[in-house]
Ligand binder design. Structure first.
Ligand SMILES: Cc1ncc(COP(=O)(O)O)c(C=O)c1O
Length: 294
């Protein structure tokens, strides 16, 4: 089956989609993106993703913005035309191509907009069942991690290093020893007293949409998440750890830098978070209950 993508207002065969090598997304990473999860054929939190996209574009001073209603229709159609049941829709917006390489951004850009759909199991994965192993990598990214740009080289290198060292992912460590977030996820620990901790929102981290939904889902169950920085050594001492992201939902972290977290298996608090999130997206929490806990 051919895959339908969307490029600059037109639905095209994904293999036929072409953009200019002069595109500012390619030359300068002058480009933002969103990844929206699809579960049971439904787009999860699309409104929050489109709002964050608009914020990213505004923070970068794009004088032109795509129409969010059109983007929503495009997402729905990509899910339909590609018969997507579980997976995600990727959307990227760049400041366009002008046949040259000028550092100065155009005041009223003609945007390049690209979107495609990708099937992927999100909820019942080996990572969700058994947890993942992460390395700690220095956070060498720029100072505006709250803007979701495609300048992802630091994250790509950290994840590649994790793979080289036999781990699954990387958590990023600031010069002061605190963990900012995962390479493509928000990071949490559960203390031995049962408190769930994640870093407060600031320019240091991306305001995850999955994070926001987890906060809301847990609040509905009377559970509060403490927002503060935590160190790598606190993570080593934690009872549990987990991460959240649209493409991995809630993922237990069972090993950090080769040392097991708590019992080295997904713990009961993490399972509860996974269940609350499953409920929030209309999935059956019993599926998570069947994963078991340490
Ligand atoms: C650096 C970073 N932090 C956090 C997240 C999680 O954000 P979301 O839950 O919106 O996918 C991502 C997702 O790609 C990310 O790249």
């Amino acid at each position: 089956m051919t895959r339908t993508a969307w490029l600059n207002g037109v639905f095209v065969d994904a293999g036929e989609a072409r953009i200019s090598p002069f595109d500012r997304g390619f030359l300068f990473a002058d480009s933002v993106y969103e990844v929206t999860a699809v579960y049971n054929g439904c787009l999860i939190d699309l409104d929050l993703h489109l709002r964050r996209l608009e914020r990213s574009l505004n923070e970068l001073g794009y004088g032109t913005l795509p129409d969010p209603a059109e983007l929503a229709r495009v997402h729905e159609r990509l899910v339909r035309d590609n018969r997507l049941v579980e997976g995600y829709v990727y959307l990227q917006v760049t400041r366009g191509a002008y046949g040259g390489r000028d550092f100065v951004a155009p005041p009223r850009p003609v945007l390049t907009c690209f979107a495609f759909a990708e099937p992927r199991t999100l909820l019942d994965t080996p990572a969700a069942r058994n947890g993942i192993r992460v390395i700690a990598a220095p956070d060498i990214r720029w100072a505006r991690r709250d803007i979701k740009t495609t300048g992802l080289l630091a994250q790509s290198l950290a994840k590649t290093e994790a793979r080289r060292r036999g781990a699954d992912d990387a958590w990023l460590v600031a010069p002061d020893g605190s963990i900012t977030e995962g390479a493509s996820s928000n990071a949490y620990i559960v203390t031995r007293e049962g408190a769930i901790i994640t870093r407060r929102l600031s320019n240091d981290i991306l305001a995850g949409v999955t994070r926001a939904t987890v906060f809301r889902a847990l609040a509905a169950e009377g559970i509060r998440i403490s927002e503060r920085a935590f160190t790598l050594s606190e993570a080593h001492d934690a009872a549990e750890a987990f991460s959240t992201a649209a493409t991995a939902l809630v993922t237990p972290v069972v090993m950090i830098e080769g040392e097991p977290v708590g019992g080295g298996a997904p713990g009961p608090v993490t399972r509860r978070v996974q269940m609350a999130y499953a409920r929030a997206i209309g999935a059956d929490p019993e599926m998570i209950a069947a994963f078991g806990a340490a």
